[in-house]
Each structure stands twice: as C-alpha cells, then as structure tokens.
Design a protein around this ligand. Structure first.
Ligand code: CO
Length: 215
C-alpha cells in the first residue's frame, strides 16, 4: 500500500471509530459547528491544536501559519478572526507558540530560508523591539525560548489591536485573548499570563507578561 493510500485507510478507521462511539457524530457535526475557541498557532507538524487540548472535531476554529504571526494587513488571518468572532461568536482566542520554533530560530540566527524570510521579518520586528531583554542571556537556547515567548506576547497584543477585537469589546461581547506556549519536549502547555478580556486589560496584561518573563 502506498503512503497516500495508507492515509485513506487511516481516515476510514478514524471515521469508523468515532461513529462507533457516537453514531450521530458526523451527522450532527455536518449541520453546524459551535466552537468556543479560535486557535492561532504555528504550522509546525508537531503542534496539532485539537490533540494537544484533547478536543474532538467541531470544538476549535483553527488558523496556523509559520511562527504564529498576526499581521494587521494579512487578510487571511484577519478574515479567520472576523468570522470566528462575528459569526461563530467564539469565547476565547488562543495564540499558541512553541519552544524550538524553526521560524523563530531562523530569525534569531539570521538564517536565510527563502521567500519565508519576508514573513519572518515580523518576528524580526519582535527581536529588534526586545533586543536588550534578549541580550541579557548569552545562552542560545535561552535566547530562542525567550524570543518564542516574546513573539507570542506580541502576537496576542496584535490580535487585541485588530478592529475586529476592539469592536467586539466596544459592543460588550464576551471574548478573551490568551497567550500560551507549547513545550515539544514534554508535551505541555504553559500560560504566559498575557490574557485580556478588554482593551484596558490588553495593555496591562501585555506589560505584565513581558515583565514576568524569567531572566
Ligand atoms: Co514554529
């Protein structure tokens, strides 16, 4: 069996397993989705959103890109956020980075990747902004971990500053934005204490999250 055929075989087994547990699972899901969460994560194959948090299909609306970056002019991520907030009325947005991120590492080392270098300029902006904080450590792994964390905190701030989120908060919609980071070596999520549920809280949470990063 070819590797591609194997994927179809896996799919049939997966669908059978879920149907065996809940015969109406796919029927119900086909009618509508009611996710409470929007996950904004890295494209990295080792960070599968639903699996990490043990949720079945239908529970998380997902956007992933290289290095989990939210840019104010990127209509792809903005459209995902707008649909999630305005139409699906999700309650939580989780920006989840991960330690050992290849995109963040390339930025830190100044490695050339190719076209993606242009995208990673946004991570480089984070690096330049927090250079003095990063320069406190000479250890490369420490510096990479710190930049991965800082990138999440900055992207949470970017999400909070989008017109979609500001408008939602202005009209009193219940919505929280969180910044998490995933450890690939232990499989655990950590909260970076950057959560915000209002425009005012977004500013104070950002400052607190940056200040509370370990040395
Ligand atoms: Co990554």
């Amino acid at each position: 069996m070819s590797k591609i055929e194997e994927l179809f075989k896996n799919n049939r087994e997966w669908a059978q397993d879920l149907s065996a547990k809940d015969p109406k699972f796919f029927e119900d899901l086909a009618v509508q989705q009611r996710p409470e969460y929007l996950w904004i994560g890295c494209s990295d194959s080792r960070v599968p959103a639903e699996e990490l948090v043990g949720l079945a299909p239908g529970n998380i609306f997902v956007h992933r890109n290289v290095a989990n970056v939210i840019v104010h002019t990127d209509f792809n991520s903005l459209s995902v956020i707008q649909f999630a907030v305005d139409v699906l009325k999700i309650k939580h947005i989780i920006v989840c980075g991960h330690y050992g991120c290849g995109g963040v590492r390339a930025t830190l080392k100044g490695d050339r990747v190719g076209l993606a270098d242009n995208w990673l300029r946004h991570v480089d902006d984070v690096l330049q902004k927090h250079r003095s904080l990063l320069d406190r450590s000479d250890d490369e792994t420490n510096r990479l971990n710190h930049l991965c964390e800082l990138n999440v905190i900055e992207q949470v701030s970017n999400v909070c500053k989008t017109t979609v989120i500001r408008d939602a908060w202005d009209r009193g919609q219940s919505l929280s934005v969180h910044g998490w980071i995933y450890g690939m070596s232990d499989g655990l999520l950590r909260d970076l204490n950057a959560s915000a549920s209002s425009t005012e809280e977004a500013r104070s949470s950002y400052l607190r999250a940056i200040a509370s990063l370990p040395e």
